[in-house]
Structures are given as structure tokens and as C-alpha cells.
Design a protein around this ligand. Structure first.
Ligand code: ZN
Ligand code: FE
Ligand code: FE
Ligand code: ZN
Length: 278
């Protein structure tokens, strides 16, 4: 069986295009890759222009945003119901109003909210790896989870991206952070966000899906819905390792996944749930 067909029946809600300047391919390439992989639908979710750290290699330029929206909207028209217009937005404490203004300026079907910065430190960027040195890893985890909870509580985001991204380079907490994770799940649950099972971690030094099983079990216990995302930065990564991701979800006790249906006009997608295939 072709590797891609293992993604049959899923939807990949987390994909990037060349506009962010560190991914390859157009939205059209992503949609074609999704169809070849047998995906049920696909969401394009490139990086929203970064605030307050504009960097041409981390996100699209602000002036590219409307072109991005037009590009994906044209594909939505060509393949109604198959393509969704998403965006991955960084959460920066204190910049909520600016992020909201950008998000509300376009008819996104859904928004992935991601924390890639702690106090201005881009901790998931290999160029900033030295930032882990001399810091208490448990403290970094606590600060990360706290910031993710803050992000969810803004109400700006449909899905929280790569829920334990802080493990990307293999740093593990020494102590037991289960109470911190419990508290985070309560905050996410109250905020009614979805959490993402993101397979990109398999392609990173940590070598495992975000989030890890123990965290995903707590998400399920808190009643949080799940989506699947490859975080593809190349069309060949669309739907990658979704069979593994589905297996992880089943192991965590999930029996369904969230489906986002684009609305005809303005406004965010409707959320419904379908059974997970075994
Ligand atoms: Zn990226
Ligand atoms: Fe991200
Ligand atoms: Fe991403
Ligand atoms: Zn991401």
C-alpha cells in the first residue's frame, strides 16, 4: 500500500505553503497531495504574520495575507467542502488585540493557536537551542503550559497546535508535572478549544507525536475534542503518519475526532464529531 493511503478518511488541518518562506509548495500542491493521500478534506494553515517579531523566514509578510486568503478561497470554490481556509497564529501575551484584529480581517474557517515563544525566546527554533542551557527544564515546561492555557483563554483559537511542542528537542521534565497538565486541561476544556494530534514531532529530534500519550489521555479525560495535523512544510508530508496518530488517539481512549465544516459565508467552521476508524 502506498504510504499516503494510510491517511485515507482523515482530514489534515495543519499544512504550510511557500508564503511563510520556510515551506515548499502552493496551496494547490497541498490539495492535490491530500487527494492523492486519500484524505477526506484538507485545511491550509500557513503562519500568520508574526507579531511583534516580523521575520521573513518564520511567517508570511503582512502584505501577503490577502493573497494567501485569495489563493485558498479560489481552491475552496473549485473543491467545495474539501478545502478549508485556516491559519496558524502565534500567541503573544499582551498582543491579543492585534492578533484578533488580523484574524478578524479575513474569513478564516478556523485558527490554530500555537505557542512558539516564551518571553520572546523562540524555543522551537534550532537557532535558539542554546536557550535551554542553564535553565530548569521543569520551569520551561510550566511556563509553556501556562502560556498555552493563556492562549486558549483568549477565545481566538479553534485548535491548539502541537500541545507539548516544548519537548521538540528531547528535553524532558525531571519532576512530575501531572498537576500542571491537569490544570492546563481544565483551562482548555473551559475554553472549548480542540487539541491537535500533530505528527511533525516524529520528524523532529524528540521522535514522537505531539502530544505524548499521557497528555492525550488527560485531554480525553477533560472532554477535549481532537483533530489531526501533519504540520506539513512540503506537499509530500500531507497526511504523514496519520495511521500512527489514529492509533495513538485510540490508545488514549478516543472514539471520535472533530470535523470542521466551512460555513458558506463569514464566520468560523461548525464543529461536529465522527467515529475514529479502527
Ligand atoms: Zn513553519
Ligand atoms: Fe507551530
Ligand atoms: Fe505549523
Ligand atoms: Zn506548527
Amino acid at each position: 500500500m502506498a504510504a499516503g493511503l494510510a491517511a485515507a478518511g482523515y482530514t489534515d488541518y495543519h499544512t504550510h505553503v511557500a508564503r511563510c518562506r520556510h515551506a515548499t509548495g502552493t496551496a494547490d500542491d497541498i490539495v492535490r497531495a491530500a487527494q492523492e493521500a486519500g484524505l477526506e478534506a484538507v485545511g491550509i494553515s500557513d503562519h500568520l504574520p508574526l507579531l511583534p517579531h516580523p521575520d521573513p523566514h518564520l511567517a508570511m509578510e503582512p502584505e501577503d495575507l490577502s493573497d494567501y486568503v485569495a489563493e485558498v478561497t479560489a481552491l475552496k470554490t473549485l473543491a467545495p467542502g474539501y478545502v478549508l481556509l485556516g491559519i496558524e497564529a502565534d500567541y503573544f501575551p499582551g498582543r491579543q488585540a492585534d492578533i484578533a484584529a488580523l484574524l478578524n480581517s479575513q474569513p478564516f474557517d478556523y485558527v490554530i493557536g500555537s505557542v512558539h515563544y516564551l518571553d520572546g525566546w523562540g524555543f522551537d527554533n534550532p537557532a535558539n537551542l542554546a536557550g535551554f542551557e542553564g535553565r530548569d527544564i521543569d520551569d520551561i515546561y510550566r511556563a509553556y503550559y501556562e502560556t498555552v492555557g493563556d492562549a486558549a483563554e483568549t477565545g481566538l483559537f479553534t485548535i491548539i497546535g502541537h500541545l507539548d511542542l516544548v519537548k521538540k528537542f528531547g528535553h524532558r521534565p525531571a519532576g512530575d508535572l501531572s498537576l500542571d497538565v491537569d490544570r492546563l486541561m481544565q483551562r482548555l476544556s473551559r475554553s472549548q478549544v480542540l487539541v491537535e494530534i500533530n505528527t511533525a514531532g516524529l520528524r523532529r529530534p524528540v521522535g514522537e507525536i505531539y502530544p505524548q500519550l499521557e497528555v492525550l489521555i488527560k485531554a480525553r479525560e477533560a472532554g477535549l475534542g481532537i483533530t489531526f495535523g501533519s504540520d506539513a512544510h512540503h506537499p509530500s508530508e500531507v497526511g504523514r503518519d496519520f495511521a500512527l496518530a489514529g492509533g495513538l488517539a485510540l490508545s488514549a481512549g478516543y472514539t471520535s475526532r472533530a470535523v470542521l465544516r466551512p460555513r458558506a459565508g463569514l464566520g468560523r467552521a461548525d464543529i461536529s464529531y465522527v467515529g475514529l476508524q479502527r
